[in-house]
Structure formats: C-alpha cells, structure tokens
Write a protein that binds this ligand. Structure first.
Ligand code: MV4
Length: 448
C-alpha cells in the first residue's frame, strides 16, 4: 500500500480523499493555490505545498507544478479527484514517466473515452446499445446531412471532443440542419480545437441514468447500481438519487451487466461511470463513459456501503477489489442535493462571499460533504459548489422527507445559495411522483 498520496484537487472532494487516506493510515499532501492558503484541504492534510497563483491554469491545472510537489514531498501516488487534471491523458502519461501512480485509469483509456465518437464505435463493437446514428465521424455538412436523412429527424449533432453538453445541437429537420451543424462544429472548434462531429437520433425527454463500476488490475469488474441524475440545469446536475425508481430488477440487471461489459471491452481499471439515456419505453443507450470519481459518488456509497475512494486507492496500489458482485446489495434510497453559491433569481450567477455563520446538520442517514467552515472566505476563481447534502433512508419517500428536514436546518450565512430552489424542486408534485427527465428544470421552471 502507498505510504503517502498527493491530492491534486481542492474543496470538498480533496477533504473527502484526505479523510479516506487518514482512515487507511496513508499520509496526505495537499496542493493549494495562493487563494487557498486558508482552505480546509490545505489545513487538514499532513503536508501542504503551494503550487501557484489563484488562477486554476497556474495551479490546479498545471501538471509540472503538481508533479514537482509530488516528487519533492516523496508522495508515491496522485489522486486527481474530479475536474482539473482528472481526465487529462497527457498528465497521466507524465505521471507514468515520473514513476508516480495515478489513481485512475491509464492515459490510453482516458484518451479513448474522451473521444466520444471513438467511444461510441468501441461500444458498438462490444455489443453495448447506442442510439442509432453514425458509426464514423463526420466533418462536413453535406456528408452529415446525408447521414441525418438516413437516421431520420430530429437528430442530435455532437462534438467528438464534447461531453457535458458542449458542442451539441438538435436539428429538427433537414432545413435547419446546416445551420445547426455549423453552430455545433464552430463551438467545438472554439472550445476543443476539433471539428470532428457525429450524429445520433434525438431521444426526447429521456432520463439520465448512470451505472457506477469498479475494476481492478486482475480483470475483476463489479457494478454498484445506478444513479438517476436527470435533474440538471444547463448540464449541471442539481439532484442525484439511487436507485432510479423507473427501473425494475430485470432492467437494473440488464443495465448493470451492460456497464460491466462496456468496462471489460476497454480493459478498464479503477472507478468509472457508464452514462446511459433511458427512454420512456425502457430502452437505454450508451452516452459516455466518465473515467473519474464523480461528484455524486456518495449516493452510491450510501446504498451499496462501499467506500469508492478507498477502493480507488486499493486498486491503484495493485490490490484486488474488496467486494465481489454477489456481495453488493443495494439497500434503501439515497438522494444528494448540490448546494451552490449562486443566485437563482439572477440567472444562477455565482455569488462568492464570506461564510458568517455556518450550521451543518447531522443525524441518522445524513452525510454532508463540504470544505466550508465558519469565517471561510470563498474564492471567486473556482466552482460554485459549496456543499453536498446526502441522505439515506429505507425508501424514496422517507429519503425525501429526510432531505427536506436536513436542508431546512442548513445555515450558510453571508452567501447566496440555491437552497430555496432545491426546495422548489423537492416540493414539486412531479418530482415527488418521480416523473423526472433531463428536461425537468426547463419544463417546470421557466427561467433561462
Ligand atoms: C442526447 C440526448 C438526447 N438524444 N443524445 C447531454 C450531454 C451528454 N452527456 C449527452 N447528452 C444528451 N445526449 C441524444 N441522441 C440528451 C442529452 C442530455 C440532455 C440534453 C438536453 C438537456 C439536458 C440533457 C441532460 C442530459 C442529457
């Protein structure tokens, strides 16, 4: 096992990883920017190294500075968390060259899954269901339009380098296709420097359902059930839950087995997530594979009882999975609400500030992941997520009642948050009934 791990991240996920390491008897090294000298992760780690100015590009996104800190502190491994360098294949290669273990999959797999049209082709080969669409990438409007007519409208135009909704457009008909294709392609060139596009049949009002998997170096792959992450705003998830109530035992087994097959097809290693669209008929389609630990991992930890961060560390250290598929039992229902420093009344604009008074609730089946403390000054340079409130109870109704109770207790004075908006979702009759799709927020809250 590793003696010392460097955490190449900040905020609640850095704190989450530090705690897992401490429980495993592993020393921790935090890295921090000049804006994060007083941050909780900087204070909680055994050692902390300043890696540069506040701007992410000069600190948390700088591979050389992070590797220098790793080597100087004699850490043997890097946990990247999510965002920042977590899905950067060049960084993973640099780690390999420096003989530092990257706690995640190989550069090769990250690269392969980062290219969405290649990922799609790989999954087709592996017999994983994908939305009808192009098998090869498309680069020009004329070829694309021919393909779109074969698929049938409406079609979804997607950037191969995209993901999370960037470089994506729906074309309702052949007349608007050219304009939509050019818009999506221009966005992709500007954001990723890549004009590679692909097409899919548009799936109307689907659910976003993703399956958590774990894979070790010995070819063992397990799935830990699914998360319904349909409640999103502009591709930012707001509420996640497990299990998905639209899925019965038979479909759950089928999706889980499919996720395992997808992971095995690419020789996956470490924690990963297979993202599916689930339509109203119960058909599901591979969308993307996320090659990192995700923000919403705690809902899976609650229902499965598996510590995903500890498993990631064990896997990277060359240990076999501590759980077998037959031992993984999904119990009860877990829900996560993301609390952001933002103003829902003003187009969800970020609202950093100083935390004057803080009350963090607790109780049976309650988990709060946050890096806030009373008096903390939230730097404006980073993500606006302040806290994840996660609850676990015997069923969805009980979990929802618990979430309302816990959210009502949270006090974060001094900063604007989206807590009131979270209540509006939780109290919405359609949400309570479990009628959620990726269009829930735009359909029920007409704000843009
Ligand atoms: C789709 C889709 C419908 N049909 N593809 C969004 C980001 C990436 N993960 C895939 N995404 C989607 N792909 C087809 N063929 C719907 C989504 C989608 C979505 C679309 C609009 C608004 C919110 C969304 C949330 C999740 C997924």
């Amino acid at each position: 096992m590793f003696q010392k791990i460097l955490i190449a991240n900040r905020g609640e996920i850095a704190v989450r990883i530090i705690r897992a390491c401490r429980e495993m008897g592993i020393k921790t090294v935090a890295v921090y920017s000049e804006a994060d000298a007083d941050a909780l992760h900087t204070q909680l780690a055994d050692e902390a190294v300043c890696i540069g100015p506040a701007a992410s590009s000069e600190s948390y996104l700088n591979p050389e500075r992070i590797l220098s800190a790793t080597i100087a502190s004699k850490a043997e491994a890097i946990h990247p968390g999510f965002g920042f360098l977590s899905e950067n294949p060049k960084f993973v290669e640099m780690c390999e060259k420096c003989h530092v273990a990257f706690i995640g999959p190989s550069a090769d797999i990250i690269q392969k899954m980062g290219n969405k049209s290649e990922a799609r082709a790989t999954m087709i080969k592996a017999g994983v269901p994908v939305v009808p669409g192009t098998k090869k990438p498309v680069f020009d409007v004329d070829t694309a339009l021919k393909e779109a007519k074969k698929i049938g409208f409406p079609v979804m135009i997607k950037a191969s380098s995209g993901g999370g909704g960037k470089g994506m457009r729906v074309a309702e008909n052949a007349e608007s296709f050219g304009e939509m294709f050019r818009l999506a392609q221009r966005e992709s060139v500007n954001a990723f420097g890549d004009d590679t596009m692909y097409l899919e049949k548009y799936v109307g009002r689907p659910r976003h359902v993703e399956v958590q998997i774990l894979a070790d170096k010995f070819g063992n792959v397990v799935q830990l059930g699914e998360r319904d992450c349909s409640i999103q705003r502009r591709h930012q998830k707001m509420i996640e839950e497990s299990p998905c109530i639209a899925i019965d035992a038979r479909l759950r087994k089928k999706m889980g087995d499919t996720a395992v097959r997808a992971a095995k097809a690419v020789g996956y290693e470490n924690a990963g997530t297979i993202e599916f669209l689930l339509d109203h008929t119960g058909d599901f389609y591979f969308m993307e594979m996320n090659t990192r630990i995700q923000v919403e991992h705690p809902v899976t930890e609650f229902v499965s009882g598996v510590d995903l961060i500890k498993e990631q560390i064990r896997i990277a250290a060359g240990e076999p999975l501590s759980v077998k598929q037959k031992d993984i039992v999904i119990r009860g229902h877990a829900i996560e609400c993301r609390i952001n420093a933002e103003d829902p009344e003003h187009n969800f604009r970020p609202c950093p500030g100083t935390v004057q008074e803080l009350h963090i609730p607790g109780g049976n089946g309650v988990r709060i992941d946050t890096a806030l403390y009373s008096g903390y000054k939230i730097p404006p340079q980073y993500d606006s997520m302040l806290m994840k409130v996660i609850v676990h109870d015997k069923d969805r109704e009980s979990a929802l009642a618990k979430m309302r109770s816990v959210l009502g207790e949270v006090i974060i004075d001094g900063v604007q948050t989206n807590i009131d908006f979270q209540f509006k979702i939780l109290n919405h009759p359609e949400f309570r009934a479990g009628n959620v799709t990726t269009h829930f927020i735009p359909e029920h809250f007409d704000m843009e």
